[in-house]
Design a protein. Structure first.
Length: 304
């Protein structure tokens, strides 16, 4: 049995196959409508979510399956002190596959050790968010036709943004990808990513605080929210939260075929005026999230 805890557990070939399946689902949804008939997905969300939870649930319904679960820790027996391990052993008796979000880094990995059904990490603290990365990769692949030779700018909270951490790992495996890491000093990517991924693999990257200066070279601009929930004090958050606000005038020198992505939710970092720009791709990205999660559920349940 396989789980998905970290995107780096998947080979490039496995990711290509998932993207291929997702594209086929988009083109031929009727072929997949009954593939998970009789199967149940449990969504265990110990942290808030709109897109990840609902896209998993929509994905399972569109495959003909059913869904059960909870959307906050307080409505589960975690509020009475039950451990993640016991919760997982319990839910494994009711469901065929589990998508789990937890504020503690590593909690889905601990869960996978005790589970008799596949576990999908739907976000663990400031660590990883592999299914958002699959969503990002499907979007980039559909918009750009592949991943090689792209210059990708990641902007905002690169320290706590788990989607950024997973995406850098995933993109590091393609040819001649260049990273432009745009953040204030306090929100730079963690040292372990710099040493273990970027430097170890001799990847091209630059760190800068200047979004507008970086703009002309970018093929992808991946904007992120400053992660309020990961800050230790409100003052630091208030000081950093509006470090970057993407407005139409800041796109003046951007490439015509730039694609602007954002895992969402957005707070203030992309002005709504940018939504009308044809390069804004974040709501298309939301749609893609459901299709890649359908492909992932099929793979982990070994449905042909
Ligand atoms: N991108 C993402 O994880 O969104 P949610 O927090 O709404 O699930």
């Amino acid at each position: 049995m396989k789980h998905l805890i970290d995107i780096m557990e998947m080979t490039v070939e496995e990711i290509s196959q998932l993207i291929e399946t997702a594209n086929d689902i988009i083109a031929n949804p009727e072929k997949y409508a009954q593939k998970c008939r009789g199967k149940k997905l449990a969504t265990l969300f110990f942290e808030p979510s709109t897109r990840t939870r609902l896209s998993f649930e929509a994905a399972m319904y569109e495959l003909g399956g059913n869904v059960l679960g909870f959307s906050e820790a307080q409505s589960s027996s975690a509020a009475k002190g039950e451990s993640v391990s016991d919760t997982i052993r319990t839910v494994g008796a009711y469901a065929d596959i589990i998508a789990m979000r937890h504020p503690k880094e590593g909690a889905p990995m601990v869960a996978s050790k005790k589970s008799i059904v596949p576990i999908i990490n739907a976000g663990d603290g400031g660590h990883n968010h592999p299914t958002q990365t699959l969503t990002d990769l499907l979007t980039i692949s559909r918009e750009k036709g592949g991943f090689d030779d792209l210059t990708i700018g990641l902007c905002g909270d690169l320290k706590f943004g788990r989607t950024v951490h997973s995406l850098i790992g995933a993109m590091s495996r393609y040819e001649k990808v260049k990273f432009v890491l745009i953040s204030p000093d306090e929100l730079k990517i963690p040292e372990y990513l710099k040493h273990e991924v970027l430097e170890k693999k001799h990847l091209k990257y630059v760190e800068t605080a200047d979004l507008e200066a970086a703009m002309p070279q970018l093929d992808i601009l991946y904007m992120t929210r400053v992660q309020k929930e990961r800050f230790f004090n409100e003052q630091d958050y208030m000081r950093l939260k509006d470090s970057y606000i993407l407005t139409p005038d800041k796109l003046r020198n951007a490439k015509q075929d730039l694609r602007i992505l954002h895992p969402l939710p957005r707070v203030n970092e992309i002005s709504i005026a940018v939504d009308d720009d044809p390069r804004a791709t974040y709501f298309e990205q939301v749609r893609n999230g459901k299709f890649i999660r359908m492909a992932l559920i099929l793979k982990l349940l070994e449905v042909k």
